[in-house]
Design a protein around this ligand. Structure first.
Ligand code: MLT
Length: 265
């Protein structure tokens, strides 16, 4: 461990924040398996399943981003967590922004990875309805297969086919009702750029240079709206930056947790 690293580690042990990791669509908490052990020395890490993912439960037909945020808030209340650093990837970012809108005082930091603050357009909403219908009619394996090329860069898929299989299997295992309800919920989500504009929460935005789902200008706009935020682009990664380049992703999070405005808050 270098001196910088040692200092960061010691600081984090004294003032260890709680870090909540919110997965994307259609995934579960195992998305974060390369983060939880690596980040645990620097934070108390909580990686929940959004309602319906990772488990079979009865669900409303539509799960809005507000509804997921309420569940996350309820979980924090139950666990006696007051202020946390909330990190959401993609749909997890939509949930994090819904949380930040309603409970900004509960956030000591915000990490938005591979996400956007804007709402869907008509075409996007129509695609969400089609996805929901398909999940219910044909099952989640079909959705998972179609999504992998959008989530991982071509290089990752070629060089690490086992990673592509792992991601596909995780998504295929999600219950159809959860996938459909989340898809319909995302279609209804509001533009939350105003939440970023008025936020004073120390924030980090992460994206991948090859993310075609959330292209770089999307992250740049969030960065412009979010005063004092930091924008980091992981080269060669696409949408799932946290598993395509976990070392870089983890390093960015550790740096955010242990230095800058968050460490001095
Ligand atoms: C995700 O990874 O969570 C989804 O790609 C988000 C979306 O479809 O907007």
């Amino acid at each position: 461990m270098g001196t910088g690293c040692a200092r960061a580690f010691l600081c984090s042990m004294v003032n260890r924040p709680t870090l909540v990791l919110i997965h994307g669509f259609p995934q579960d908490h195992t998305l974060w398996k390369r983060q939880v052990p690596a980040l645990t020395p620097f934070a108390k890490v909580i990686a929940p399943d959004l309602m319906g993912f990772g488990q079979h439960v009865d669900l409303p037909q539509v799960m809005t981003m507000e509804a997921y945020a309420e569940k996350v808030h309820g979980m924090l209340e139950q666990q006696g967590e007051d202020r946390v650093v909330l990190c959401g990837l993609s749909m997890g970012g939509y949930v994090a922004m819904a949380f930040a809108e309603r409970w900004p005082e509960r956030l000591s930091g915000l990490i938005l990875s591979n996400t956007r603050s804007t709402a869907d357009d008509e075409e996007g909403r129509a695609a969400r309805l089609a996805t929901a219908h398909r999940a219910l009619q044909e099952g989640t394996a079909v959705i998972a297969r179609g999504m992998v090329p959008k989530l991982l860069s071509e290089r990752t898929r070629k060089q690490q086919p086992e990673l592509a299989r792992e991601v596909e299997a995780m998504m295929a295992a999600q219950p159809a009702n959860a996938v459909a309800a989340a898809s319909l919920g995302m279609a209804q989500r509001a533009d939350r750029t105003h939440v970023l504009r008025r936020s004073r929460i120390p924030s980090l935005i992460i994206t991948g240079s090859d993310d075609t789902l959330m292209p770089l200008p999307t992250s740049r706009s969030m960065h412009a709206a979010l005063s004092g935020s930091q924008l980091e682009v992981i080269e060669g990664a696409a949408h799932l930056t946290n598993i395509e380049d976990p070392e870089r992703f983890n390093e960015l999070i550790v740096r955010f947790l242990t230095s800058g405005p968050l460490a001095h808050a």
